[in-house]
Design a protein around this ligand. Structure first.
Ligand SMILES: [Zn+2]
Length: 358
């Protein structure tokens, strides 16, 4: 799936003195690659948002499809880029952060906590472009359509949701579910509402799990919920019925009286894998790593069709797609299994908490 919108980009905010050249060169590279610069376009594909440490103003998108990359000048390279940059990515409501230190280079941080450095030197601005452009070109699949027609015998779950409940407890026990970032402590309520709408999330938390229900449908954890207590159907666990290509939305079946939560943004990825591999009955995604796993070549954002395709491609190449472990570059692992318990048995004691970054 390709974006059909025009490759329009714009700047927001004022570059600090140290970012003036960065802004000029980056604009040239984007223009040389077919992007058109416009002043205040209605729905640009990409916004480069210049912020400063004391003024991390967000750019207010009118369309979820607009990707915002915020750029800040820092006098020194951050020692711990996640800690140093995460508050800015959230306060500036961005999909990605770049911290530029003149003469040194650019540190990148993604919402999935991917972080990596492009040192200044030959083709620096082309390398920055190559880090940003595929993200700006990706398509988010985060809309949900709720159909309140879940069969009454499933309102309290089934054996599969029981297995997911137990798996969530296990992952919490193994300390694989980092506490969601406390965004409410750094964002005022109206920005928080904007973040939730924008990213299609209930909060920033990591990891998700799913189990096949039948040939077409699968249960999946909701977005931003506490995965150590996946119990309420329609709130913690949702039944994914299909992906509606025309509406570019995930279709969910929920009990009639429940005000449902959104499904995890990675539902499109799980949907692709279940559809292609009938022998896959469960999928778990964690922000951890395992030695020697094959990895996707690029870190597309969560919830994009491109990430889903990149993972599906690696699953297809695995010796046994029903028991595959695939690395998501600068992000984590997706693991398939014949059952939820099959996955837990295979990963027990083998997960490394540090995801390699490059
Ligand atoms: Zn993830």
């Amino acid at each position: 799936m390709q974006r059909k919108d025009a490759a329009v980009f714009t700047f927001n905010g004022t570059p600090s003195p140290g970012l003036t050249r960065f802004a000029k060169e980056l604009r040239s590279v984007f223009e040389a690659n077919g992007y058109a610069y416009e002043d205040s376009p209605e729905a640009p594909r990409l916004v480069i948002n210049f912020i400063s440490p004391d003024r991390a103003r967000p750019y207010r998108r009118r369309s979820k499809a607009t990707f915002v990359v915020s750029v800040i000048e820092l006098p020194e390279m951050p020692e711990d880029p996640v800690r140093a940059l995460y508050p800015y990515i959230v306060r500036a409501l961005s999909n990605m952060m770049i911290a530029y230190t003149p003469g040194e280079g650019a540190h990148f941080l993604t919402l999935e906590l991917g972080h990596y450095l492009e040192p200044e030197g030959p083709a620096f601005y082309e390398r920055v472009y190559a880090r940003v452009n595929p993200i700006a070109c990706s398509v988010l699949v985060i809309d949900n359509v709720f159909e309140p027609d879940l069969e009454p015998e499933l309102w309290n779950g089934d054996e599969q949701t029981e297995a997911l409940y137990r798996a969530g407890r296990k992952l919490a026990e193994w300390d694989l579910l980092p506490a969601p970032f406390p965004i409410e402590t750094i964002l005022p309520p109206e920005d928080l509402r904007h973040v939730k709408r924008l990213y299609g999330i209930g909060g920033l938390s990591y990891g998700n799990l799913s189990a096949r229900k039948d040939t077409r449908r699968f249960w999946m954890s909701a977005s931003g919920v506490d995965k150590s207590n996946l119990s309420a159907i329609g709130r913690d666990l949702l039944l994914v019925k299909d992906y509606d290509e025309e509406r570019n939305a995930i279709v969910l079946q929920v009990p009639p009286e429940v005000s449902p939560r959104r499904v995890s943004v990675d539902a499109i990825e799980h949907w692709m894998i279940y559809r292609e591999h009938p022998e896959v009955n469960a999928i778990i995604h964690v922000h951890a790593w395992m030695d020697g796993v094959p990895s996707t070549p690029f870190n597309y954002p969560c919830g994009t069709y491109q990430l889903a395709e990149a993972v599906a491609e690696k699953i297809r190449q695995a010796p046994d797609p029903a028991r595959a472990v695939v690395g998501l570059k600068n992000h984590g692992l997706t693991i398939t299994g014949r059952s939820v318990d099959d996955i837990l048995e295979r990963i027990d004691g083998r997960l490394l908490p540090q995801v390699p970054m490059s």
